[in-house]
Write a protein that binds this ligand. Sequence first.
Ligand code: NAD
Ligand code: UDP
Length: 321
Amino acid sequence: MKNRALVTGGAGFLGSHLCDRLLSEGYDVICMDNFFTGQKENIAHLIGNPYFELVRHDVTLPYFCEVDEIYNLACPASPVHYQFDPVQTTKTSVHGAINMLGLAKRTKARILQASTSEVYGDPEIHPQVESYWGRVNPVGIRSCYDEGKRCAETLFFDYYRQNQVDIKVVRIFNTYGPRMHPNDGRVVSNFIVQALRGEDLTIYGDGSQTRSFCYADDLIEGFRRMMQGPADFPGPVNIGNPGEFTMLELAEAVIRLTGSKAKIVHRPLPQDDPKQRRPDISLAEEKLGWKPTVDLEAGLQRTIEYFRSVVGNVSNGDARV
Ligand code: NAD
Ligand code: UDP
């Protein structure tokens, strides 16, 4: 009999790649999504596959099924979207974690949480190691996401200690690739869409802030290795690409690779925007034998190809306006 996996947020950017990967490995996949930021286009090619099941459901409400593995990805990831309804964002992380952990407890499924580098906040330690506790503003505009994800991690480790739930916590650093929503508002999709449309690339602040960008395929490989890894390693583990770039460097790379005549303009820096971020991935290398294989240039080229095919439907590259 096939192993059955539940992917919450399965119609989103990363969730849809994970559904593809699990189906290709012979899993029976249940994709749960409320379509807040997910797109039916991301999973349209899977409809009709007898081993793929799509369920419209909100993870903040209890959900019952029989499964072997749960991947909890449901949560808007872009600041524009998670700040749209911040109370719902916290509920999604916290109530969603409680519901999925309860399901894992009953079914004895192994459960993976899509956590985030945001748990480190605006970090004083560089690069970020898993043992660092972070510097997060509890009352700012990013807190609904950051603190929601931190509380979800707490719930995961309490279910692990109290109920022996088999947990896996992955801290994802900025990940990009095909199937990001064109109006998602995150920096890679914004810059590519703007460049392809010949619009100005909107750098927030002076562009000296840094991020490390991981290509989606590398991230999904990290998820799978973590899910199949040793039971005595619940994480948390950083999964990301240690290559670190300023937003100015990213904008210049996108302009060069698209061949766009677009210019760079500066916009105000959002509140609490972290100044720098780079993962220390030694733990992932040691425990999972994982490291990224796609560099920024190659990943951007693949992502640009994707956006060329969808950009005709894009109304606005900067989701803030
Ligand atoms: P995404 O917005 O494309 O996907 C999130 C999915 O969750 C969407 O399909 C959305 O409709 C769904 N969703 C949101 N709220 C829901 C709810 N209450 N019930 C059911 N479904 C709901 O974002 P993504 O980049 O694919 O992110 C997936 C996960 O990875 C998220 O949990 C995110 O926090 C985490 N993550 C992503 C990144 C990244 O750079 N992509 C970085 C850190 C963490
Ligand atoms: N950013 C930018 N222009 C944009 C969108 C984002 O300069 O059009 C900046 C943003 O201020 C941040 C970085 O790019 O410093 C990454 O932003 P994103 O929203 O992608 O992710 P996060 O801040 O959550 O890492």
